[in-house]
Design a protein around this ligand. Structure first.
Ligand SMILES: [Zn+2]
Length: 203
């Protein structure tokens, strides 16, 4: 059934638009015998139609039918926690593909930049490994200056929450700053979140 065929009078009377349905501009919401047009709805010769894309809201008390505009998921803000996968690692930063914002899935395709601390060069200085390619990390948004989502893993909640052994590819288990692979004995270093090793992982 194409859009032109949808919503004959009899169909609208019997079915109407279900509460919370997603509608597009011009979609029929109800017939005017049943409802008054509310916000973002209009009466088109006896048919109540949507003015814009959104979700259908029915006010049963006032017999009004409205459309609540679909709002874009907000962008990550300072203090939010995001969870994603490390997709690029450079000498002092890592790129993280963000899949969760404050524990809720986001499909907006945000990327964050994780700044990695470097120990000052000097005697005995060595490079610490904070994250590796493919790790799943939870991080706090530290800045959004210039539309760059800058991430931090300094607090205990933040860090790697899931990682695979670089040697054999099995999931790592661990505590503190090191994780040991139970399969091959390989020991790896990361900055782990305090709930690392929990299964299933909590974004
Ligand atoms: Zn292993």
């Amino acid at each position: 059934m194409d859009r032109a065929d949808r919503g004959t009078d009899s169909e609208a009377k019997s079915a109407g638009m279900k509460k919370n349905s997603v509608v597009l501009p011009g979609d029929e919401l109800a017939v005017s015998e049943e409802y008054l047009p509310g916000k973002y709805a209009y009466d088109d010769s006896g048919r109540i139609r949507a003015l814009l894309a959104g979700r259908v809201v029915e006010d049963m008390v006032n017999r009004e039918i409205s459309v609540k505009p679909v709002t874009a998921a907000r962008t990550p803000a300072v203090g939010d926690y995001v969870t994603g996968q490390v997709e690029v690692v450079q000498s002092n930063s890592a790129g993280v593909r963000i899949y969760y914002l404050n524990g809720k899935p986001t499909e907006k395709g945000f990327s964050g930049m994780l700044l990695l601390r470097r120990e000052p060069p000097g005697r005995g200085a060595r490079t610490r490994t904070y994250v590796k390619l493919g790790d799943i990390v939870r991080a706090r948004v530290a800045s959004t200056l210039n539309a760059i989502i800058q991430l931090s893993i300094d607090d205990p909640r933040s860090g790697v929450i899931f990682a695979l052994c670089g040697n054999c590819g099995r999931p790592l288990l661990g505590a503190g700053n090191r994780a040991k692979c139970e399969e091959c004995g390989n020991v790896e270093e990361r900055k782990f979140a305090n709930d690392f090793g929990q299964s299933p992982i909590q974004p």
